[in-house]
Design a protein around this ligand. Structure first.
Ligand code: HEM
Length: 402
């Protein structure tokens, strides 16, 4: 029988990687990594300031609803888009900004293109159905992103790195004296720059916002979990102080709840299709070079041999008897091996700071008489919850105004 997939990925990770979309993939991945994970462990990093700012804006908007039922989805998407936009383009958008709708349109285009491509990768016979739409969307996407890229190129100053796009442009044209620096970068075309930017949007917005939407949906179903998180925050942080990343270790129940959400509703239940780059094996099975390998993360996260009551929402499974967090080998929400999610650190920072601040200020309630959110979800490339409304009375008298 097959070993757990975690096991096989860690043993065979060297041989099973994504299909290599570009020969410059390594340089491309490293640049993304350097920009996204620049200071993951320091107390106040650039990412943290952006996230603080967006969290405060979101809290102010929620406070303005005065507890009337709302669908928080669009505002969450805008907040997370702004985080990625600031990291990538050094720009962000206020509510109602017409340019934001354009950014959303091309973000949706990217997500749909990736989703279409992913289904074709998984089931090649679907190509006939997806081909035209896929091409159309990717053309629109490229044109729009090119426009954004040109804007940035026009304002780019050598030596200054404001965002991911600057880092990419710098890598495209390294100064002559930095010997060796240009080796990976040689031949980084405009298309590589565009696709790297598209990756950050396609992979970084929908995923994180979706996890936050699932989190609120599960908390509406489990008010006792929400109450325990709030008691933990009250006890360890208090009602006013801003949380920093140093507080993560102090809130193990919140962290376990986020983990349980990532387990029970994995954002990409089939990861992204991989390809065996050379002959290899999985357990007793021979895998010839070129075979598509689909990792069924849903099955790993719901395997009754690995998890007690896998269909039940139990954050405690991630805590030991002393209430400390434990890591479980069959928990792989960000994938594993050489092509593990490159935005994992950023995503974890976002999830922690958004969730903790929202729960420090608000209590999420199901609107009286309304059905609880559907927990089945709808599957594209990303498994999303269906739209739902909730009310959020603010239990903090004062919120900082931004
Ligand atoms: C909670 C949020 C997120 C989850 C659950 C998530 C999950 C994943 C998963 C499962 C994969 C595929 C790994 C595999 O097939 O082995 C992936 C890949 C990827 N993710 Fe994420 N991700 C999240 C957020 C982000 C963010 C914020 C970014 C960047 C802004 C990002 C960038 C990427 C990229 C670029 C890849 C492709 C990596 C490669 O091809 O080497 N992700 N992610």
């Amino acid at each position: 029988p097959l070993q757990t997939t975690t096991d096989l990925l860690s043993r065979n990770g060297k041989n099973i990687a994504f299909a290599d979309y570009s020969p410059l993939w390594k340089a491309h991945r490293r640049l993304l990594y350097v920009t996204l994970v620049s200071h993951p462990h320091s107390e106040v990093s650039f990412e943290m300031l952006i996230i603080y700012y967006e969290t405060e804006k979101l809290c102010s908007q929620l406070q303005e609803t005065l507890g009337t039922p709302v669908d928080l989805g669009p505002e969450l998407i805008r907040a997370i888009t702004n985080v990625v936009c600031t990291l990538v383009f050094n720009s962000s958008y206020e509510k109602g900004d017409p340019e934001f709708h354009m950014v959303m349109d091309y973000n949706n285009g990217i997500v749909e293109t990736i989703a279409g491509g992913s289904l074709v990768d998984t089931f090649p016979w679907l190509k006939t159905f997806f081909f035209k739409k896929e091409r159309l969307i990717s053309c629109i996407t490229e044109v729009l992103i090119k426009w954004e890229s040109q804007q940035d190129k026009a304002t780019y100053h050598e030596g200054e790195t404001r965002d991911l796009l600057d880092a990419l442009l710098k890598a495209q044209h390294p100064p002559r004296e930095s010997a060796g620096a240009g080796k990976d970068a040689e031949g980084i075309s405009d298309d590589h720059v565009l696709m790297t930017v598209a990756d950050a949007f396609g992979a970084g917005v929908e995923t994180t916002a979706t996890v936050l939407r699932w989190t609120i949906a599960f908390l509406l179903h489990h008010p006792e979990v929400q109450q325990r998180i709030q008691e933990e925050i009250d006890d360890k942080i208090g009602p006013d102080r801003h949380l920093t990343l140093m507080d993560r270790g102090k809130l193990p129940y919140l962290e376990s709840t986020l983990n349980e959400v990532l387990r029970i509703r994995p954002v990409t239940p089939l990861l992204i299709p991989h390809v065996a780059l050379e002959d290899t094996s999985i357990g007793e099975y021979f895998i010839p070079k070129g075979t598509r390998v689909i990792v069924n993360m849903w099955s790993i996260h719901h395997d009754p041999q690995e998890w007690t009551d896998p269909e039940e929402f139990k954050p405690d499974r991630f805590l030991d008897s002393n209430g400390l967090q434990i890591s479980l080998p069959s928990f792989i929400p960000f994938g594993a091996g050489p092509r593990v999610c490159v935005g994992e650190s950023l995503a974890k920072i976002e999830l922690f700071l958004f969730a903790s601040r929202l729960l420090q200020c608000f209590t999420f309630r199901n609107p009286p008489g309304a059905p609880l959110p559907d927990l089945e979800g709808k599957y594209g490339l990303v498994l999303q919850p269906k739209e739902y409304r909730m009310s959020a009375p603010c239990w903090q008298m004062w919120l900082s105004v931004v």
